[in-house]
Write a protein that binds this ligand. Structure first.
Ligand code: C5J
Length: 221
């Protein structure tokens, strides 16, 4: 299959490609979570949910592998470096009790993936203590075992966890494509810059395309 992506067409086949959905968890999308404690307007991020749902439905229909990630720490915070917890001046810190349970802690209500994109049986869910999906997780080994060579990315936030994960994947040899309308930032100009820098210099980090381009490609294949 070939998507008319930027900066040039992206070739992939479903059997060797995974859809990686980064951190579409309540902590970032809903009020009362980590995103809001940092002073952000979380309403901006919810706007991409319908496009993400459409891609997820089409990808499931095509029989492709789905990976969901969550930025999540152990309840004793043993995997949260003090530098991460203590930095800045958030209204609540990682591990503090918030309206959706303890901030960014695995198993808490706020740490769950939003219902609209909830994983189904057989899909991989990776809890990651860092911004990148490969740091301190079994993701690379699991993708290698499944014969995956290509990754389609969506999720939040574009310039933090999505970009970090895509760069980590690129360095591990995956051909990566970012679905532009399925990713968002609390800062629209950061999203625009991140999207542009990833596909610059001949796809130095990867390709970009729209959800509709992917869905049309899957339907016409
Ligand atoms: C952030 C993320 N922004 N998932 N995490 O801290 O992008």
């Amino acid at each position: 299959m070939q998507i008319p992506a930027l900066p040039f067409p992206y070739e992939f086949d479903v059997a060797h490609t995974a859809l990686v959905i980064i951190d579409m968890q309540r902590d970032f999308i809903e009020p009362g979570g980590f995103g809001e404690t940092l002073g952000n307007d979380v309403a901006l991020l919810a706007a991409i949910v319908p496009a993400c749902q459409a891609v997820l439905a089409a990808w499931r229909q095509a029989g492709g592998l789905v990976v969901h990630t969550r930025e999540a720490h152990a309840s004793d915070l043993s995997d949260c470096p003090p530098a991460k917890r203590l930095r800045g001046n958030p209204s609540l810190r990682i591990g503090d009790e918030g309206p959706m349970g303890r901030i960014l802690v695995a198993g808490e209500p706020g740490n769950q993936i939003i219902p609209a994109l909830a994983p189904v049986a057989g899909e991989t869910v990776i809890d990651k203590p860092g911004k990148g999906a490969f740091y301190a997780t079994p993701l690379h080994e699991q993708l290698q075992q499944a014969g995956i060579t290509h990754l389609l990315f969506m999720g939040v936030t574009t310039e933090v966890c999505v970009q970090t994960s895509m760069r980590e994947a690129n360095d591990r040899g995956y051909d990566c494509l970012l679905l532009e309308d399925c990713t968002e930032s609390y800062f629209p100009h950061f999203k625009a810059a991140a999207v542009e820098m990833m596909r610059a210099q001949g796809a130095i980090v990867g390709w970009t395309a729209t959800s509709q381009q992917l869905i049309t490609t899957l339907k016409t294949a």
